[in-house]
Design a protein around this ligand. Structure first.
Ligand SMILES: [Zn+2]
Ligand SMILES: [Zn+2]
Length: 289
């Protein structure tokens, strides 16, 4: 079985990679070929990761090494590869973040209607494409010609260079703006999200910047989380009725969340002891102690 896997994983990975490159070169104005380019290149990456794990030990391609049934997920494989005691493959935190973004994008493209610009998908593709070339060569001992034709390679390099230029141009634009606040864009991972514009000047991702209702710190709207599960509720015939919000808003940021949770726990404990005292007091009155 492991013999079959050997051929299947690497060859399948390469054929998905070639397919992805073909899609990326379709040069159609629509998003559709880019969608398939991403889907295929992520598939190529998943198979390449499994091949790398298989070379460490064949059982590592399975999610559970005890029950060699389902194969490990892409992110599971990534964790094993990065684990110094398993794969010990040097994949940086930044690379990990962009792999996670690409997987998320792949899932969104496969399961939902999407409204990403083709520029955004192109950027993501360029990122994973460069990573895969490096991975094939450094970690699977392949020659570039094993997985891509020279002409195609040059064309895609132009694309990657276009991305670098795009970022360079964005940096110049940022400098020209002078004193502005920049955050890491949740969409493209570049430090090119201009807080004042509530927009990224590389991928044009727009997002509202809102104040955390609890600590007042400015956050991306998508970074505020629902914290209402920390509050007290009454089960009113299956309907959960809010009894006590401890003076906190429904949402909070990652920064203040642990503090809010602790404050609520303390308030709850205090109230519990107060109630106990009241009970003692009334019990005393009743029994005339
Ligand atoms: Zn961006
Ligand atoms: Zn906060």
């Amino acid at each position: 079985m492991s013999g079959n896997h050997k051929l299947d994983l690497l060859n399948n990975s390469i054929s998905y990679f070639r397919e992805a490159v073909a899609c990326a070169q379709a040069e159609a104005p629509q998003t559709s070929p880019w969608k398939f380019a991403i889907v295929h290149v992520v598939q190529a990456m998943e198979l390449a990761f499994k091949e790398r794990l298989r070379r460490v030990h064949p059982v590592l391609i399975f999610e559970s090494v005890d029950r060699a049934e389902k194969t490990v997920t892409l992110l599971g494989a990534l964790a094993r590869l990065r684990n110094p005691r398993i794969g010990n493959v040097a994949i940086s935190d930044e690379e990990k973040a962009s792999i996670e973004k690409a997987v998320k994008l792949r899932n969104e493209l496969t399961h939902f209607e999407f409204d990403y610009s083709h520029e955004h998908i192109e950027l993501k593709f360029a990122e994973i494409f460069s990573f895969m070339i490096f991975f094939y060569r450094a970690h699977l001992d392949l020659e570039t010609s094993d997985f891509i034709d020279e002409e195609q390679h040059q064309q895609i390099l132009l694309l990657v260079r276009a991305r670098a230029e795009l970022i360079q141009r964005a940096k110049l634009y940022i400098e020209s703006r002078g004193n502005i606040t920049r955050w890491i864009c949740p969409n493209c991972n570049e430090t090119t999200f201009i807080v004042e514009d509530q927009q990224c000047c590389v991928c044009h991702h727009k997002e509202e910047i809102v104040e955390c209702p609890n600590c007042g710190v400015e956050n991306f709207e998508s970074d505020l989380k629902d914290i209402s599960h920390l509050f007290d509720y009454d089960d009113d015939e299956g309907l959960m009725r809010l009894v006590e919000d401890f003076g906190f808003g429904d949402t909070g940021c990652g920064e203040c969340y642990p503090e809010v949770r602790e404050k609520i726990e303390n308030a709850r404990r205090e109230r519990y002891y107060e109630d106990l005292e009241m009970e003692d007091y009334y019990a005393g009155k009743l029994y005339g102690a």
